[in-house]
Design a protein around this ligand. Structure first.
Ligand code: MN
Length: 286
């Protein structure tokens, strides 16, 4: 698959508690074979699968069996430990979307595993179509609970449209552009670029200067002040947290900490080898 890692970057690790953003596709699954990710673990984070096109079958060790579809939020909480598989369905011709991770704050990072599904009702102010999957924007509040103040929304702008949205000044924001050229806080962003705006703004202005519709994903949250250690599918606070999570996964793939994924045809994924040097904690700006 064609995957563009837009977060973390060398100069920025987090936007609010958003700590990972992969932008993928549009891929013709006839060429790429689609998505087939065997059961693998997560700790200390939540995952958001947000699709623009295609369909993914999700199974996890809570026993959830769900279909991820465009415009629908699927929020999985890893907490102390979860495992899941993701496979594009046979009916999928084009896979296109984002895979996002949220770091859990220290006091909640060992929370119980969880899975939530929510279909936001779109709102259409001023030439835009907005789907708020987490937090509050454009008069809409997602009912899905988060562990830190967060915003996640898909915003599609008609050609030439400009929109100004009130936002929480305590939030920092990132805008990921999928299609079109968008001006965000007076910076021009092209597809697969992620614009960042420091906390302090009471409103955001987005403008589509292109001839076609522009699709974006807006992420926000209060600055995440803790340092995290992120390696493979784990988030901890120290090198040793990650070593322990890796050992717990490898001791018996699945195992009590991560549980078993029922119904996936194949073996779980082994963890890669750890690097020879200790993993270093990273904070917001780095
Ligand atoms: Mn995963």
């Amino acid at each position: 698959m064609t995957v563009r890692r837009t977060l973390p970057q060398r100069t920025r690790s987090l936007i609010g508690a958003w700590c990972f953003a992969d932008h993928y596709g549009p891929d013709d699954v006839a060429d790429t074979g689609g998505m087939d990710v065997a059961p693998h673990p997560h700790t200390g984070l939540q995952t958001v699968s947000w699709l623009f096109s295609g369909e993914i079958e999700h199974r996890d060790s809570l026993g959830s069996h769900a279909f991820v579809r465009p415009g629908e939020l699927n929020l999985m909480t890893g907490g102390h430990g979860i495992s899941h598989s993701e496979v594009s369905t046979p009916g999928t011709t084009v896979l296109h979307g984002v895979q996002l991770w949220v770091a859990l704050p220290d006091e909640h990072r060992a929370t119980a595993r969880d899975f939530q599904h929510h279909v936001p009702e779109p709102v259409r102010p001023d030439g835009a179509e907005i789907r708020v999957f987490l937090g509050t924007l454009a008069g809409v509040t997602s009912p899905v609970r988060t562990f830190t103040p967060l915003l996640g929304a898909e915003i599609v702008l008609r050609p030439g449209a400009e929109i100004t949205l009130p936002v929480d000044p305590a939030f920092e924001h990132g805008l990921l552009v999928d299609t079109g050229e968008v001006r965000f806080a007076e910076t021009r962003l092209r597809p697969a670029e992620l614009g960042f705006l420091e906390a302090g703004a009471a409103r955001l202005t987005l403008a589509n200067d292109s001839d076609g519709p522009a699709r974006t994903v807006l992420l926000g949250g209060t600055p995440f002040e803790e340092e995290i250690v992120m390696w493979w599918n784990f988030i901890g606070r120290s090198h040793d947290d990650v070593v322990r999570a890796r050992e717990d996964w490898m001791a018996r793939l699945g195992g009590p900490r991560f549980g078993e994924v029922e119904g996936y045809d194949g073996d779980p994924l082994p963890a890669p080898e750890l690097p020879n040097t200790p993993l270093k904690p990273r904070g917001r700006g780095r």
